[in-house]
Design a protein around this ligand. Structure first.
Ligand SMILES: Nc1ncnc2c1ncn2[C@@H]1O[C@H](COP(=O)(O)OP(=O)(O)OP(=O)(O)O)[C@@H](O)[C@H]1O
Length: 340
């Protein structure tokens, strides 16, 4: 469905150029659900705009839905749906009329366009809103209308740029329900960007991570987490000298320096279940007792941290364009170990 080789895109700016995408290779087979992750400015939207033929690449090639994005952009566009970050519907027409107009733009007759509008209204649970104007819809309803607009011409491949951003948790869950239903009922291939790591982890079967315009990881979330991050052990100590000793023992045990924050030591191990008792025993024989301990499974943020030394969450929390107070990426809760 998607085969890209060495795709690059740079933008001329005053006094130089921005290399937004620096040579990406992507292969996506039919029916896959791929989450494309990366911090702000990593090159996600630029990649999506190239793959959807909206932006010509500076170099490299790609075939999408069987057609070359540069040589045959019209054929690509006829076979894909693209739901960008901005709303696709205008303000003046009613919801159903917007969908009929979209169908007409894709060459459907008036009768076909009306029938198709009714189908997508039902598919996205929008029937009750058919006579409303888009401007009167809630954020979640509007996002569903955007998806409906992208589906009018029955594309086999759908690109979604941040489909759930800015929505409250309930609307986000609802959007995901519809996305997953699309795939289950129609086998639609889905390629989407998101900065909600938990969503990518639980919903997508494949995760591609991009950073500074380059793909740095590609696999299932489970694979990436076990290969790149490992489990985490967190222990709390009572004194500064205990903390220093616990950090030294952790480094001896794992071969790498642990993270020390105040009196809390965090270390990475392949299997925390086996390593925690061993670590606690080692502490005790050194006369150091942990006051609390906890193990946790790795997250996609841990994968990003292992690859780049930076937290994806932190780069997202500083995103000046995201004003979503419900954004789970902004939940920077620290781990509180349970007493031992
Ligand atoms: N038209 C443009 N002119 C100049 N620079 C651009 C243009 N479009 C994008 N860029 C730059 O290219 C880089 C990649 O931008 P892009 O929008 O692809 O990132 P992104 O990963 O989608 O980010 P976000 O998560 O914030 O949407 C950024 O440095 C951005 O400022």
């Amino acid at each position: 469905m998607i085969h890209a080789r060495g795709l690059t895109r740079s933008f001329k700016i005053k006094g130089g150029a921005v290399e937004a995408v620096r040579g990406i290779d992507i292969d996506v087979e039919a029916g896959q659900l791929v989450a494309f992750l990366g911090p702000n400015g990593a090159g996600k939207s630029t990649s999506l705009r190239m793959l959807t033929s909206l932006l010509p690449p500076t170099s490299g090639t790609a075939t999408v839905a069987g057609h070359d994005i540069v040589k045959n952009p019209g054929a690509v566009r006829a076979r894909i749906g693209y739901i960008g970050q901005k709303n696709g519907a205008g303000e003046n027409f009613r919801v159903r009329d917007e969908l009929v107009t979209q169908g007409r733009c894709y060459g459907l007759t008036r009768t076909e366009a009306r029938a198709r509008a009714d189908e997508v209204l039902a598919q996205l649970d929008l029937e009750a809103l058919a006579v409303r104007k888009p401007g009167t819809l809630s954020g979640g309803q509007r996002r569903r209308l955007d998806i409906a607009l992208g589906l009018v011409h029955r594309p086999g491949l759908l690109f979604l740029d941040e489909p759930s951003t800015g929505l409250d948790p309930q609307s986000r869950a609802n959007i995901w329900e519809h996305i997953l239903r699309l795939r289950a009922d129609h086998g639609t291939t889905l390629f989407l960007t998101t900065h909600y790591l938990e969503e990518a982890d639980s919903m997508a079967e494949r995760v591609i991570i991009i950073d500074h315009g380059r793909i740095i990881a590609d696999g299932t979330a489970a694979q990436l987490k076990s290969d790149l991050a490992g489990d985490r052990i967190t222990v709390a100590l009572a004194t500064e000298s205990d903390t220093a000793r616990a950090a030294a023992i952790a480094e001896r045990m794992t071969g790498s320096a642990p993270t020390v924050t105040g009196d809390v030591v965090q270390l990475r191990v392949p299997h925390a279940g086996a390593a925690l008792p061993e670590y606690l025993r080692a502490l005790e024989s050194a006369g150091t007792k942990a006051t609390a301990a906890e193990t946790s499974r790795p997250t996609l943020d841990d994968v990003f941290l292992a690859l780049t030394g930076r937290s994806l969450r932190e780069s997202e929390t500083t995103n000046p364009t995201s004003a979503d107070p419900t954004d789970p990426a902004k939940d920077k809760s620290t781990t509180t170990p349970t007493p031992v």
